[in-house]
Write a protein that binds this ligand. Structure first.
Ligand code: ADP
Ligand code: XUL
Length: 520
């Protein structure tokens, strides 16, 4: 059996797989808000942060670990687990003093993790990916390196507010003493991996690339970025490694307390997005993943460490080796809901039949589909821009607007993923809106690629379980064939007769976008 854990923003999830039978044998979650109300973090972070700060209490993650294993030990026989791997929400960081490793080595089963490890925190809270407080630090890091493009070329992303390097720099500036007392900085992923291993373990290339510190070409910490971020930072980080590297046996705390075998081993943890790439069966070229959640994301493996010339997309390590990209489109479901509500519609106006009724208008009207600030392209939009027939622009034809919004979203995605030059044999759709066949069909038509949906709900935790199996020497692609199959009846073929229309629309969309980006 292989156990995958995912410590995400709102919950800690476990997926246990049996590689022999090809089945998921147990799935359990602890919700930070619901199960641990004492932390006052109903959505997984401490509400009311000032100046864009969004922090979480790392002790909450430790309590969640104790609680999850208590539940797992009741639900299943943990002595059968050969290997554990995991993932964490990306970018969040945990700050520890010189006692952390000795406390890990001396954990006592009669007390809990949070009580025993609390004294080793050199910073009481952890900034997480939702934090936007580091604009000044991003500018300082970019200036020290000679510009944003240089940071992107080295690390795979321009200096980004939520990324760990700028967060570390802010801590160093705001609390120099706290920074000095910090001997070890972990990501959420490597923090939890270290607790399981009973000793500090490295950050992996997947999550490490979300720090603005990792050199993509050298796969080691970049000395210029370290120096631009904070003094002596290199000494506070272990050298990064591949997610599938084995770290040794699980700590005796988990053996004695929850019944793991002393022979159970642990691999590294990675970021939730790299783990999802594995869980969606997309670690080899050809499969592209589009997640249609609150925001939309586009991710895929890349043959080499190419970077986005516009600086919008990110490059992370692929847990199976090589690299992946992640592009985030902030307006995703937020925009689909905004248009739905503005026109007084419901989701049936976005479904297959409704969209089929306006098929003749495919690619004709254009909408820049942004109701608020966007990340890709980075711009403070306030409302959509419409260009097309009179009825469309005046808003008298809601069905045309729905079509143009969705077309605009996926044309924008196609446009801004071109730099990756990835092979798209098929698109694997996930996220809340992916169950909508109308939306899924438009994705197939605009990208001119088949679309399929998988039966996977916890793709990051499943991906982590598959990483554990791969670390144990199992064949990852063979396991993905079994665990990451398209759900029956979920596949859709592109309408090939629309190829030229959407090629033409892409050019016009780009022109309209460029005109509007240069307006402000
Ligand atoms: P997240 O993981 O970001 O919380 P989910 O992947 O759970 O988001 O997706 C939630 C979103 O799915 C909702 O915001 C909603 O807009 C969208 N959604 C749910 N059902 C439909 C539907 N039938 N058609 C289009 N969008 C839908
Ligand atoms: C990725 C990002 C989020 C977090 C939380 O860059 O910030 O997706 O990983 O899920």
């Amino acid at each position: 059996m292989f156990l995958g854990l995912d410590s995400s923003t709102q919950s800690l999830t476990a997926v246990l797989i049996d590689a022999e039978t090809g089945r998921i044998t147990c799935q359990l979650s602890v919700s930070f808000g619901g199960d641990l109300p004492q932390y006052g973090s109903p959505s997984g972070f401490i509400p009311g942060g000032k100046n864009g700060e969004v922090h979480a209490n790392p002790l909450m993650w430790l309590d969640a670990l104790d609680l999850l294993f208590t539940r797992l030990a009741t639900a299943t026989d943990l002595s059968k687990v050969n290997m554990i791997a995991g993932s964490g929400q990306q970018h969040g960081s945990v700050y520890l003093d010189s006692t952390f490793d000795s406390r890990l080595a001396a954990l006592d089963v009669s007390a809990d993790l949070a009580t025993q490890l609390a004294p080793s925190l050199s910073r009481a809270s952890s900034p997480i990916w939702m934090d936007t407080s580091t604009g000044a630090e991003c500018a300082e890091i970019a200036a020290a390196l000679g510009g944003a493009a240089e940071v992107c070329l080295k690390s795979g992303s321009t200096a980004v507010e939520r990324f760990t390097g700028p967060q570390i720099r802010r801590f160093y500036k705001c609390d120099p003493e706290g920074y000095q007392n910090t001997c070890r900085i972990h990501l959420v992923s490597s923090f939890i991996a270290s607790v399981l291993a009973g000793t500090s373990v490295p950050i992996d290339f997947g999550d490490g690339a979300g720090m603005n510190l990792l050199s993509l070409s050298k796969l080691g910490w970049d000395t210029d970025l370290l120096a631009a971020t904070a003094p002596d930072l290199g000494a506070k980080l272990l050298p990064p490694a591949l997610a599938t590297s084995i770290q040794g046996n699980v700590s005796g705390y988990f053996v004695r307390k929850f019944g793991f075998s002393p022979a159970c081993r642990t691999a590294l943890f990675t970021g939730d997005n790299p783990a999802s790439l594995v869980g969606m069966g997309a670690t080899a070229p050809g499969n592209v993943v589009i997640s249609l959640g609150t925001s939309d994301t586009f991710f895929a493996v890349m043959p080499g460490p190419k970077t986005d010339p516009n600086g919008y997309g990110h490059v992370f390590g692929n847990p199976a080796g090589g690299f992946m990209s992640l592009i985030c489109f902030r307006n995703g479901s937020l925009a689909r809901e905004a248009l739905r509500d503005k026109l007084g519609l419901d989701w049936s106006a976005f479904d297959r039949d409704a969209l089929a009724a306006t098929r003749e208008a495919a690619g004709e009207n254009l909408m820049l589909p942004f109701f608020g600030p966007e990340i890709t392209p980075r711009h403070d939009f306030t409302q959509p821009v419409l260009e097309g027939s009179a009825g469309f622009k005046s808003g008298t034809e809601p069905a045309l607007q729905v079509r143009a919004l969705l077309e605009g979203q996926f044309l924008n995605m196609r446009l801004h993923s071109q730099w990756m030059d990835v092979k798209t044999d098929r698109i694997r759709l996930t996220g809340g809106a992916s169950k909508n066949d109308g939306i899924a069909q438009l994705v197939a038509d605009i990208f001119q690629a088949p679309v399929e949906r998988l039966d996977v709900s916890n793709s990051a935790a499943l991906g982590a379980a598959l990483i554990a199996a791969a670390a144990d020497g199992q064949d990852l692609s063979a396991l993905q064939e079994i665990f990451c199959k398209a759900a029956t009846g979920s596949s859709l073929q592109p309408d090939l007769s629309l190829a030229d229309k959407y090629d033409d629309a892409l050019g016009r969309f780009q022109t309209l976008l460029n005109t509007n980006l240069s307006l402000k």
